[in-house]
Design a protein around this ligand. Structure first.
Ligand SMILES: Nc1nc2c(ncn2[C@@H]2O[C@H](COP(=O)(O)OP(=O)(O)OP(=O)(O)O)[C@@H](O)[C@H]2O)c(=O)[nH]1
Ligand SMILES: [Zn+2]
Length: 305
């Protein structure tokens, strides 16, 4: 029962030399079948690696044994590192408002590093059941000024969760990123019934250490919509590359671009006041300065090593 046709597939899991590939039935895309595939080493591949999230062409499809061969790799839109996932469309930066307490400097860093991927970035605030409505509103206002419409979640409000789920189902491939203990696993377990990844309070996690060895996997949450399960990844945003510093201000203060304001100096880091006419009166500016300092010291430290 082999077909000779070439078909487009999506790599949803990778283990050793094998790949699990979702075949998209073009006529009826509700039906997606999973095939266990190996790669046919050929001129097409050179030394390219295939990652979860990659689109591939599969051939020699055996409908009975559910096996096929990957014969070529489609051009990828982006590649996230740690965890390695290709073709992400949406990053949901996830932070808890309490337990652990919200660290604005860290939120800023995660947002910036997500934005540098060139994908759509959203902000999710979990554990809003632990704060008052007033505090929740003030956080929403704060992040609005940062340029983000924060999605707030509350253990006791399934309607908040359902709104997020509806949002995710509109996106091609989403990932939650954020520090340890903010509730990413809890969320994934709610989104993907039957996933049952283990969750634990932060203090227990630290004691337990990194004990998860499961692989990254893409789960289909609706027709053409996937979410990445990243077991065991407690993500830290990478240090900003010193070469990107001249763009950092505009990245942080998107409104500057919209308003068409430009600094009159070339390659200005907008730190000193003399002559630099850019607005320094917004909250994220202090985190901007922090990131510049940290990127510089990281750079000089590496030079000494
Ligand atoms: N009060 C409250 N607690 C929550 C909520 N969501 C998750 N928690 C708790 O927060 C703790 C950590 O949740 P996890 O889902 O394991 O957090 P995580 O982000 O996956 O953490 P890592 O696996 O270390 O990356 C658990 O004890 C959860 O029960 C929430 O909305 N409200
Ligand atoms: Zn300037």
């Amino acid at each position: 029962m082999k077909t000779n046709s070439k078909n487009l597939g999506l790599v949803t899991k990778k283990f050793n030399d094998f790949f699990l590939v979702d075949l998209k039935n073009q006529e009826n895309s509700e039906n997606s079948d999973k095939f266990l595939c190996k790669v046919r080493k050929s001129i097409n591949f050179k030394d390219q690696l295939i990652y979860v999230g990659d689109e591939v062409i599969i051939e020699n499809i055996d409908l009975k044994s559910k096996r096929a061969i990957i014969t070529s790799l489609m051009k990828r839109k982006n590649l996230l590192i740690r965890p390695s996932v290709a073709n992400i469309s949406n990053i949901y930066i996830t932070f808890s408002v309490e337990e652990p307490e919200l660290n604005l400097s860290q939120v800023n860093r995660f947002l910036i590093s997500a934005e540098s991927m060139g994908v759509e970035v959203s902000l999710v605030l979990t554990k809003c059941d632990l704060i008052s409505d007033k505090r929740r509103s003030s956080l929403i206002d704060k992040f609005e000024k940062w340029g983000y419409q924060a999605i707030t979640l509350n253990f006791e409000r399934s309607d908040y969760f359902n709104n997020l789920l509806a949002d995710l189902k509109q996106k091609k491939c989403s990932i939650f990123m954020g520090p340890s203990g903010v509730g990413k696993t809890t969320l994934l377990n709610m989104i993907i019934p039957g996933l049952q990844n283990s969750t634990a309070p932060v203090s227990n996690k630290i004691k337990r250490g990194k004990n998860t060895t499961r692989n990254i996997e893409l789960f289909s949450i609706s027709n053409q919509s996937y979410i990445v399960d990243t077991p065991g990844f407690n993500m830290q945003p990478p240090e900003i590359d010193i070469n990107l510093l001249p763009n950092l201000y505009a990245e942080i203060y998107k409104q500057v671009i919209e308003e068409g304001i430009k600094c009159k100096f070339r390659n200005c880091l907008h730190l000193k006041d003399e002559g630099c006419n850019l607005n320094k009166s917004f909250e994220r500016y202090s985190f901007y300065k922090e990131m510049i300092e940290s990127a510089k010291s990281h750079y000089y430290q590496n030079q000494e090593d």
